[in-house]
Design a protein around this ligand. Structure first.
Ligand code: PLP
Ligand code: CA
Length: 307
């Protein structure tokens, strides 16, 4: 039928849904926290799910922190029983992809941040040292900046120090058709406090895609790879798994791509109106962005868990 999905969940329905599921995958920003503020009730929901024997995972497109740093953030925000092994970020999964899937024989040129560098280092994936000081030497330009002949992959993620020089180097490396082109995630932008936004990894990837006339392989949501990364470490039945997210084009599409039931929370980026627009669209591919269920907040799960 043309109008399935977007079912607003209430009391007993939430209980029935949770009874049917064993694994709950949470997006982070916009679902369990907004920046440095936990969503009210979210830490209790995570703890109660675990006490009820559910397995909980966190699937974030935010590549700016390494896993160990996430554990600290969870603690700081009141999520006291989250383990590093339950956290899957686009930085961690990009490193896992380069090591285990691409089996990279060479170095990675990174446009990104500390989180990506640390995960690559932990995975033992060699990185070319970006020497921005050398690039700023008088006389250094896009004509003569050094290029490393061992680079066999370019990885693009969120980078607040993105420069024209980095873009220029990356598209030189990508002239070699054997050089892989990966993006941590496709996120276009993110909300900041006070109504501001920041450009996301997707906007930097788009610049490099245009400059190189190539398309990046996306590692983060909505790509299935993040799910495969979890499934390679934990035994997951998609039919018994639930994805909870706030962005239709990444989280909900990710859930659809992986065969999971999906819940949209309204504490983040996407609105109910946007969900209805996907639902009511004539284009079949738009249906994959329609959530099965909608709740105002993850806190709506509290009552079902407390009884
Ligand atoms: N990437 C960056 C740089 C961000 O700041 C954020 C959200 O704050 C995200 C990605 C999105 O993270 P998530 O997938 O947890 O919503
Ligand atoms: Ca989110």
């Amino acid at each position: 039928t043309s109008s399935r999905g977007c079912v607003t969940l209430r009391g007993a329905q939430i209980r029935d849904l949770l009874d049917a599921k064993h694994n709950v995958l949470f997006d982070c920003d916009g679902v369990i926290w907004n920046g440095e503020t936990a969503v009210t009730g979210a830490p209790e929901v995570v703890s109660l799910l675990k006490q009820r024997g559910k397995r909980v995972f966190f699937v974030t497109n935010n590549c700016t922190r390494p896993r160990e740093n996430y554990v600290q953030k969870f603690c700081r925000l009141g999520f006291t029983d989250v383990a590093e092994e339950e956290i899957f970020s686009s930085a961690y999964c990009s490193a896992a992809y380069l090591r285990d899937v691409a089996r990279l024989q060479g170095k990675v040129y990174v446009i990104g941040c500390g989180g990506v560098m640390k995960e690559l280092q932990d995975a033992g994936v060699p990185v070319v040292e970006e020497d921005s000081a050398a690039d700023r030497e008088p006389g250094t330009s896009i004509y003569n900046c050094p290029l490393d002949p061992d680079v066999k992959a370019v990885l693009v993620g969120y980078d607040e120090n993105f420069t024209f020089m980095k873009l220029a180097k990356a598209c030189c490396y990508l002239r070699n058709s054997e050089c892989l082109f990966l993006a941590t995630d496709p996120d276009p932008w993110h909300p900041l406090r006070g109504g501001r936004i920041t450009p996301g990894s997707g906007s930097l990837t788009a610049a490099l895609e245009t400059a190189s006339s190539r398309k990046a392989t996306v590692i983060g949501k909505p790509s299935r790879f993040m799910y495969e990364c979890i499934a390679s470490q934990f035994d997951l039945d998609p039919a018994r798994s639930l994805m909870i997210g706030d962005r239709l084009e990444t989280d909900i599409l990710f859930g659809s791509n992986c065969g999971l039931s999906t819940v949209l929370t309204l504490t983040g980026v996407s609105t109910l109106e946007e969900a209805h627009r996907y639902r009511d669209s004539e284009a079949p591919e738009q249906k994959d962005c329609v959530p099965d269920y909608v709740v105002e907040s993850v806190a709506d799960f509290l009552q079902a868990l407390e009884e």
